[in-house]
Structures are given as C-alpha cells and as structure tokens.
Ligand binder design. Structure first.
Ligand code: DON
Length: 349
C-alpha cells in the first residue's frame, strides 16, 4: 500500500467515528429555532412592519369570490419543528388554500401509491409556463408536467382511491386536517364560485384524457380538485402544515406521523421546481426554500428541520403569487439564514 492508498484507507476507517457522534448529539436533535426565539420574533416583526403598507399587486379575479376578499388582510405565522408558534396580524382569517392544496394531495398520492408510481404517472418537470397552461400539456412529453400545476394536480387528484367521489373527497379533507393538526372545512362559497367558472380546468382534464394521463373520470377529478382548492385555512394552520413537512412528516403539535419520511424529499423537490410556477427559479435564487403559493393569497415556505413560515396577503403578481407574502418570506429567510443553498444555513462558515 502506497502513502496515498494508506491515507484513503485511514480516512475511510475514521469517517464513521467522526460523523456518528455529531449526528447523534443532543444539540443536533434540538430545533435550531429554539435557542433563537428572540431573533425569530424580531425578524418576523421587522418583516411585518416593513411590508404591511405595501399595496402592490391585485386580488385574483378569475374566481369571482377571490376578487371580493379584503385585500388589506395580512397575517404572518411561523411554526418551528419543536412547535413554537409566532404570529402577527390576521392569522385567524380562513382563506382558501387554493394551489397550496396540491402539495398535500401529492403527499397523499404517495402515501397510497409510493413515489415511483406517482413520478411515473405525473412527473416532476417545471413547465416554465403559467399554472393553468394548456400549451404545456400539449408540449411536455409527460403532458402532466408536475403535481403543482393545474393539469398535473388534477391528474394527481385522480390518483386518490375511493369507491366514489365523496369517499375520495372525505379522504383528502381528513388527510389535510391531520397535516394541519386541526379539523379543516370547505369554504362553500369559494367552491360554488370556482365550480361555476372552472371551464379552463375542465378543458385541461379532457386534454389529459386524450393523452391518457388522467386516472379517473376527468370531470369528477376536476370537481374533487375544486373542492380541495376551496378548503379554508388560516395562516397558523398553514404554517403548521408546512412545519409537518419540515419535521419529516410528523405534525409538531400532535406528534402524529402523517407523511412518510421517504416522501418528504420528493415533495420538497417538487415545491422547489414548481411551487411558485414560472417564477420558481427567481424564488430559488433569492430565497432558497421550497415553497407553495395559492391564488387565495397564501404562501408557505419550508425550512427543513427548522420550521415553516406562512403568509396570507391577497394581492398577487402576474404569476399568481402573493406579492407581500413573497417579500415577507424573503426577508425572514434571509434574516434567519434559512436559505437551503447557503453554506452557513448548515453551520459551515
Ligand atoms: O385551479 C385553479 O385555478 C385554482 N383553484 C388554483 C390556482 C392557484 O392557486 C394558482 N396559484 N398560485
């Protein structure tokens, strides 16, 4: 054995001895948020004050109900993996979860079918197009794109098993409630408003049927999807749903194992690629956290192992993402060094 080979052999022998104690130390198992409670509170408060008077963007109006929501509503909630909760503003207001629901139906589909089946039937490629794009369905080799654009999400909903539409819907709602740690309900008026105007989504479902990329009755799937988008959540519940993802699938409030740990990386990867649709790249560049937006005005961002922040503010940008929510989350993520791609966020100097 020459000197180089000897050095490699020694390094390989020593590696487990160096890494195991670090991985198992009590310090590593504690939430990194816990020792910094004041810092978290300060940064969240600063972000809230800084952006509370921002009036850029406008409410979604293609769903009539959403145009009527008070655009001044503004709530911020952060839930850590050790269940510390920080809230400011209108955090009790129940808004419609909209596209953020897609994340959790994706999780449920993987609970039922496993990640390989879901990847095969849906895919995980960013479309680079608007969330409701028809041309993406035509042009993309998978047609479905990914589980977070409308077409891929409707196809994902069609994967959920049940003897009829009611059973599938009840299963979805019960699953979301477990992830939130509280019973969630449908906002009837949002559902009616969207169901009366969702011709675009019905068209997407028929197009998916043409390519054999929808796995149950197309219009039934759109209807269940429309219900899932109309589920009401407040900012605190949404932050807890995100914190369940951050906490390896265990709800930090109830301690219940809701999502299989092996599914979490697939969910977070999909959120990174497509969570903010055609502005996901810019989001990764500036913020570096998996996140998901909804046209109801909510965004949730997940800091794995640390926690999640949810912001509700109805005014949206052109891509359909809440303007104020993006600004607040970017400020907090930078202030707390949450960016996943930043070496300092994992303790490297
Ligand atoms: O299907 C739709 O168009 C809505 N229910 C959801 C779209 C959405 O939230 C896109 N988000 N930013």
């Amino acid at each position: 054995m020459n000197r180089v080979q000897l050095r490699i052999a020694l390094t390989l022998t020593l590696l487990p001895a160096i890494f195991v104690p670090v991985r198992l130390s009590a310090q590593a198992q504690r939430s990194p948020v816990a020792p910094r409670r004041e810092q978290v509170e300060t940064v969240v408060r600063q972000a809230y004050e800084r952006f509370k008077n921002d009036t850029s963007g406008k409410n979604a109006d293609y769903i009539p109900y959403l145009a009527q929501v008070d655009s001044k509503l503004f709530g911020v909630a952060l839930v850590s993996t050790d269940n510390q909760v920080f809230t400011l503003g209108d955090v009790g207001y129940a808004f419609s979860i909209q596209s953020i629901s897609k994340v959790f139906t994706l999780a449920l589909a993987m609970e039922e079918l496993g990640p390989d089946q879901v990847f095969q039937r849906i895919g995980a490629e960013p479309t680079g197009r608007a969330f409701n794009s028809v041309s993406a369905v035509v042009d993309m080799p998978t047609h479905t794109g990914n589980a977070l654009v409308n077409a891929g999400a409707i196809a994902t909903t069609s994967l959920i098993s049940g003897k009829d539409a009611d059973e599938k819907w009840s299963k979805i709602l019960a699953f979301y409630s477990k992830v939130a740690g509280e019973k969630l309900t449908l906002i009837e008026d949002v559902y009616k408003s969207e169901a009366a105007t969702n011709t675009g989504n019905k068209a997407l479902s028929m197009l998916l049927a043409k390519y054999e990329r929808i796995y149950a009755d197309p219009f039934e799937s759109v209807d269940i999807y429309t219900k899932q988008c109309s589920v009401g959540v407040n900012a605190t519940q949404l932050a807890r749903m995100g914190a369940t993802l951050a906490n390896n699938g265990v709800n930090p409030a109830t301690g219940e194992h809701v999502i299989k740990p092996e599914d979490i990386p697939h969910i977070l990867a999909t959120m990174t690629m497509a969570g903010l649709y055609d502005s996901s790249g810019g989001w990764a560049w500036h913020v570096g956290l998996p996140a998901k937006s909804g046209v109801g005005g909510g965004i949730v961002a997940v800091a794995p192992g640390k926690g999640a922040i949810a912001v509700f503010a109805p005014r949206l940008d052109e891509a359909g993402n809440s303007v104020k929510a993006q600004k607040v989350i970017e400020y907090v993520a930078n202030g707390l060094d949450y960016n996943l791609y930043s070496p300092t966020s994992v303790g490297l100097k």
